[in-house]
Design a protein around this ligand. Structure first.
Ligand code: SAH
Length: 251
């Protein structure tokens, strides 16, 4: 069977979701979930992720397992397995499944790692990381989102994902160093505290750029040196904090 051509476009905050508001009840289809959720996830993995050359079988298995529909607002549950980002309120978005997979794969997790995530949101990326590494510490600056994500992750059994509330650009020095760091919001430059908190041999993935367009950067701490590799263009909501944007840069 021929599959439709995929657009290779990152859509963390794209036209696709403009106009959608959490308070709106969009259509009669709202809240209708695919009958077979496991099959919806399998198709998501095959058509959106494997076909875009993500080949880490552990990442693919985690994406096939984690119930993404539990990590999106009820209004958007029926769209949880679409090839698109989704709004989570307050102008923030949950990343497109492909970008979650691409960022996770770039961290090359083996299961033993202590991982730091910045920008918990609703906790989906944290649950994926929790399925693939040992302990995850995730920081969310919006206290309501943090509290809800903490409850959601606990309810769904992700006991190794620990939600902190605060400015993630400062990292968590008391728990450093981290074997892997994932920044899920767009930084004007790589926050210095996060570089300091990256273990030798560690990997950090971070979108860096201006308010509208960023590039995913992979930063590896080798013995005594940092190596930066530019991956792909992307578009995230802003990282706002002491070592990020000083105030909301747009909209
Ligand atoms: N990873 C999330 C989506 C993240 S959206 C998921 O899978 O659902 C980006 C998040 O980063 C937003 O929730 C926003 O509130 C948060 N954020 C922005 N700046 C931050 C900062 N300095 N520290 C912690 N969180 C921040």
């Amino acid at each position: 069977m021929r599959l439709p051509r995929l657009k290779f476009k990152f859509m963390n905050d794209s036209d696709d979701i403009r106009g959608l508001r959490l308070t709106e009840k969009s259509s009669a289809a709202t809240n209708v979930l695919p009958a077979d959720l496991a099959e919806a996830r399998r198709l998501m993995v095959e058509e959106q992720i494997r076909r875009r050359y993500i080949r880490d079988e552990n990442v693919l298995a985690a994406m096939a397992q984690v119930p993404r529909h539990e990590f999106v607002p009820a209004e958007f549950r029926s769209r949880a397995y679409e090839d698109a980002p989704l709004p989570i309120g307050d102008g923030q978005t949950i990343s497109q499944p492909y970008i979650v997979a691409a960022m996770t794969a770039a961290l090359r997790l083996s299961g033993t790692e202590k991982v730091l995530e910045i920008g918990t949101g609703w906790g989906y990326q944290g649950a994926i990381l929790g399925s693939l590494a040992k302990e995850i510490y995730t920081i969310e600056c919006r206290s309501e989102l943090a509290a809800e994500a903490r409850d959601r992750l606990a309810r769904l059994g992700y006991t190794n994902v620990h939600v902190h509330c605060g400015d993630g650009t400062l990292g968590l020095p008391e728990l450093a160093p981290f074997d892997a760091i994932l920044v899920a919001a767009a930084a004007p430059s790589v926050p210095a505290p996060l570089i300091e908190q990256l273990a030798t041999g560690g990997r950090m993935i971070v979108p860096v750029g201006d308010a509208e367009n960023q590039d995913l950067q992979l930063i590896e701490r080798l013995d005594g040196a940092l190596r930066t590799t530019m991956l792909e263009p992307c578009r995230f909501v802003p990282l706002v904090g002491a070592h990020g944007w000083k105030e909301f840069p747009f909209r």
